[in-house]
Write a protein that binds this ligand. Structure first.
Ligand code: ADP
Ligand code: GLC
Length: 479
């Protein structure tokens, strides 16, 4: 089967979060099953060099204000279709934000263009390759099903995947005119949302199927607490909605071969892990202590991730003799507050503000536990990396976190299936109690090591979930 992905990020080329990891890994698993996957991405500066190795397959004189082309390139084991439109994508800095940290003003045009050309390739194919199914990811590709639908032509079936409903791509209703969106679909059953153009809304309304990235989040999305205004629409599409759990790239995230680690290790050679822990203690300039757990956080610093709750729980963490290292960026207030905590407790708390892929790997390789107190979490990947590296996940009971971690309660410990700590309610007190439980469990070195080894052998790759995507896509072909 030929499958077209349309997305705005793809690891290792361009990444702001988990979306990139997924787009950079699931196609490989689908190819192993014998399918041909092409990923349409904007040719941002970091992807431009691949254009030189690529072949131009489509040229357009004018795509919303400038010339554009689509080139095919094979890079890092992935088949990319790069949309080169310099007036939209060739600019320095963040792919979504300008120098002042605000959304680029022309984001509606930029991702409207990505969707339009995604739909064109969906309808016409490219370079002799025609997709049997089109999978649009997140709001940036949300208009793909809309453009295919409004063409009135026979289109391949489409799937809209929601990675995070908090980001919906809502813009002033007037943007529909320059984008050439159909007036007929500017209505509640189409892409209109309370007088706005809703990119994700349009995709959910017009796609043949809707997926999200964990079964629990699929259920949560149907409720007002999690649906963020789209719960009604999703309820109306309940029969077409399913949650398929994310996997991870087990080659990139492999503690036995990870080049970022000071010392690689496996479930059978856990003693080699110590060198990574010592490196982290030095790097973050915290007091070494083999007897106390070293917690880490690797995250966007936002309220979604519950990091305001963790901040308030830090004094109690320090009081218990535990230590915490944080790598993240995002909300400026949180950045400042975390830095202040590191100054207040320099021996126990280390904070690095920024984005650092190499350090993220090192932290997974040397910490004892990874804290993820998210208020909502569609899937979450860092707990999966934690499992693979024996960094015990301590997670809020929500979304994909609830689906991937087995809480170390008495029954699970007796049944030898615990892989981490889950907590609820998601409050400061909940976080404090989870930290306290982790510290207690850590004291029992033998059982802790058993839990680490069990975590490390969990199935976290794409094998199972790629089969579910395959089944879903196949069902659409047979409809
Ligand atoms: P989300 O996509 O909501 O941010 P995920 O857990 O799905 O959350 O994915 C986050 C990804 O981004 C992971 O690969 C994680 O390691 C990475 N990440 C987050 N913050 C940083 C950072 N500051 N430096 C390096 N990697 C980070
Ligand atoms: C989003 C979600 C995260 C998920 C990722 C990849 O960014 O916030 O939970 O893991 O997408 O699907």
């Amino acid at each position: 089967m030929n499958i077209l992905f349309v997305a705005s990020e793809c690891a290792p080329f361009v990444k702001t979060g988990g979306l990139a990891d997924v787009i950079g890994s699931v196609p490989k698993a689908l190819e192993t099953l014998g399918h041909s996957v092409r990923i349409m991405l904007p040719a941002y500066p970091d992807l431009k060099k691949w254009l030189k190795h690529g072949k131009t397959l489509l040229e357009l004189e004018d795509l919303f204000g400038g010339p554009a082309s689509v080139s095919a390139a094979r890079a890092n084991g992935l088949n990319l279709l790069l949309l080169d439109a310099p007036h939209l994508f060739d600019r320095p800095g963040s792919i979504y934000l300008d120098e002042e940290g605000l959304d680029w003003e022309d984001n509606p045009t930029r991702f409207g263009a990505l969707s339009l050309i995604g739909a064109k390739v969906g309808l016409d194919g490219i370079g002799g390759w025609k997709p049997d199914v089109v999978n649009a990811h997140d709001w940036q590709a949300g208009l793909v099903p809309v453009y295919m639908h409004q063409s009135g032509r026979k289109a391949p079936p489409s799937v809209m995947t929601i990675h995070n409903i908090a980001f919906q791509g809502l813009f002033d209703g007037s943007v529909r005119h320059p984008l050439g969106l159909s007036e007929d679909l500017y209505e509640p059953d189409g892409y209109e949302y309370w007088g706005h153009v809703g990119y994700l809304k349009g995709g959910i309304a017009m796609a043949d199927k809707v997926t999200t990235v964990s079964p629990t989040y699929a259920r949560e999305l149907l409720t007002p607490d999690f649906g963020m205004g789209l719960d009604g629409l999703l309820q109306s599409r309940e029969d077409d909605l399913c949650g398929i759990l994310n996997g991870i790239d087990t080659e990139v995230w492999n503690p036995e071969t990870d080049p970022a680690l000071v010392q690689p290790f496996s479930a059978r050679s856990l003693k080699h892990r110590c060198a990574n822990r010592e490196w982290l203690e030095q790097h973050f300039e915290i007091e070494p202590d083999p007897e106390s757990p070293l917690f880490c956080v690797i995250s966007r610093l936002t309220t979604q991730k519950g990091l305001d709750l963790l901040l308030e729980a830090i004094p109690s963490l320090v009081h218990r003799g535990a230590r915490l290292i944080v790598l993240g960026s995002g909300d400026k207030k949180l950045e400042i507050s975390y830095k202040a905590m590191a100054s207040q407790f320099p021996q126990s708390i280390g904070v690095e503000i920024g984005y650092n892929e190499d350090l993220a790997h090192k932290m997974q390789g040397g910490s004892d536990a990874i804290l993820i107190p998210s208020r909502f979490e569609p899937c979450g990947l860092t707990q999966l990396y934690g499992l693979r590296y024996g960094t015990i996940p301590v997670v809020a009971r929500t979304g994909g976190l609830a689906d991937t971690i087995v809480d170390a309660n008495a029954a699970a410990l007796a049944g030898k299936c615990a892989t981490g700590i889950q907590f609820s309610p998601i409050t400061v007190e909940g976080v404090e109690k989870a930290i306290a439980r982790t510290c207690d469990l850590f004291k029992d070195k033998k059982n802790w090591k058993t839990m680490m080894r069990r975590a490390m052998v969990q199935e976290v790759g794409w094998d199972q979930s790629a089969l579910l995507y395959e089944r879903l896509f196949t069902s659409l072909l047979n409809d």
